[in-house]
Every structure is written in C-alpha cells, then in structure tokens.
Design a protein around this ligand. Sequence first.
Ligand code: 13P
Length: 242
Amino acid sequence: MIIANWKMNGSKELIEVWLNFVSKNIKIIDGKDCIFCPPSCYIDFSKHLIEKTNQSIRLGSQELDSLLSKPLTGGITAEMLVEVGCSFVIIGHSEQRIHLNESNELLSNKLVSAIDNNLTPIYCVGETAKQKKSNQTKEVLLEQLDVIQSQIIDKCIIAYEPVWAIGTGESAEISYIEEVHSFIKEEFKNTTDFSKEISVVYGGSVNLENYKETYNSSQVDGLLIGGASLNHSTFTKIYNMS
Ligand code: 13P
C-alpha cells in the first residue's frame, strides 16, 4: 500500500488538481492500496471527486477522536469518518503524540473505536533521535505497541516512522528499517496467536530517490509518504514504479 499523508497542507484547488492527475495516471493494482489522507475538512470533497473517477483511490483520515472526553468540541467520531467515505485512519502519529500530548489510554481508545466502526487504523510508532542514540529504540517501540489490544492486532497496520526521519530529508537506512520491521513482526508473532504476518509500512523522508529500495524489501509492506506525496507526479511515479 502507498499512503499519502498530506498533514496540514492543501486546498480544494490543490486537491482537485492532484486527484485529477493521479486518477488519470495511476495504475492501481489489486492488493496494493492507494490511500489518500487529506486534512479532515476536505475528506467529503475528496470523496465526491474520487467518485467521478474510475479509480479505487481510498480515503484515510488523519484524525479521530475517541470517547475519552465526551462531549468534545471539535471532535470527529469514527462513524462520521465512515459516513464521509474513509476506510483508514492514522493514529498515534508522532506529531500528534508530541504536540497534542496524546496518552497511551487515548490512543488505545482510538484504535478500538476505529476497529468497532470498520476503519483500518494505520498506527504509527517510532523513536526520537535521542532514543535511537541511547539504544532505546526497541524499548520505545514495545511501549508504543503495547497500546494495541491483542484482539484487534490483526486489523491494524503498523507504520514505522522514526521521528528523526520525518520531514528531515534523512530517511533511515534500509538495513535499519529491515531490522526494526522484522523486530515488530516477530514481536507480534511471539505475543499473539495471530498466524498471518502483520503489515508494517515505513514512513520518514520517502522520496523518488529512496522509495524503490525501501518498497522492494520483503520486510516493508508499504510506504507512508508526507512531503513527497503533495506532488501529484511524484506520488503517482512512486505508486506505479514501486
Ligand atoms: P515526510 O515524508 O514528509 O518525512 O513525512 C513522513 C510522515 O510523517 C508521514 O506520516
């Protein structure tokens, strides 16, 4: 799967241009989802544009509020996201963990709420540069992965996004990505009776130079792309050529 996370970027005009180009030029194949995650206020707009194309571009949300604090001004529920056409939701992105101070309890609730409403969570984990330097990567990942309740693991996609690689132009080395992805996959194999291997996608400064090597690895099940996904031709190339 190839996922475009637009973060806090875009406008109706940019989305229309992007979706027109992508839908005309992308060659979507079975088993390789093309997932577009615009800002929440443009999801419905995007859905209507996608419906006009023959392409099965799927929609994901960057935001979901759990039922931890209800009522919640500004909140968006999983039911609402499904109604406006989402099939996926990004949960636990490091930018939200850091800037919105998201707790493990909150993230756990979000995951359950997504699954209960047939939304597939793309659950993000990753260590900071400081944690990597002090050899804490695995410990940090285990703590973040612990949030996923065992009965929903098979319905989640894990996105490994080292914080130090996000938006820095410094993607992780393939050997490092493989080591971490295999650690995550093994961890799930050891702690659950879930027989199918969990999908682990990589994100962090994916671009035209590095996507191929990353995507081609047997340990990598997809790419979660931020900055480079904003460019319609870059995103389409990455999808078609990976
Ligand atoms: P960049 O591709 O801009 O580094 O962002 C990665 C990311 O955070 C995707 O969720």
